[in-house]
Design a protein around this ligand. Structure first.
Ligand code: 5GP
Length: 113
């Protein structure tokens, strides 16, 4: 298992989880770009959006439900926040295990760079 997010999600590398259930974990990004920057990561190794199979789409819905909960827990749901998925190299993906960034605590700019 040579995937950093597999190691984190399966407890081989210890990080503080903001949330965990049987399908996903959530933890703070090591290099935050917002006051609140959380990564929501499925335990199942899926490389990117382009590798999602039919049976995985309910997992994506679950990730958004977890994002809703975490944004409430962090107190960023009222002002608003951003959910980002980078897909593939040109999309800015650097860790090839699908994940969703939850960004909040400041005003976001649009369009992103
Ligand atoms: P991507 O660029 O693939 O969309 O996002 C990967 C994110 O994972 C980056 O924001 C990066 O800072 C974060 N990251 C990479 N390695 C680690 C790690 O070992 N621990 C944590 N907490 N975050 C990481």
């Amino acid at each position: 298992m040579d995937c950093i997010f597999c190691k984190i999600a399966n407890g081989l590398i210890k990080v503080d989880f903001l949330y965990e259930d049987d399908k996903v974990v959530a933890f703070r990004d090591i290099n935050p770009v917002a006051p609140q920057h959380v990564l929501i990561v499925p335990k199942k190794h899926i490389e990117s959006v382009m590798n999602l199979q039919e049976e995985d789409f309910s997992l994506v819905g679950h990730i958004f439900k977890v994002a809703q909960k975490i944004s409430n827990d962090l107190g960023i749901s009222e002002n608003g926040f951003r959910i980002v998925n980078n897909c593939g190299t040109a999309g800015g993906q650097t860790v090839m295990h699908i994940h969703f960034h939850l960004l909040g605590g400041r005003d976001m700019q649009w369009p992103p760079g």
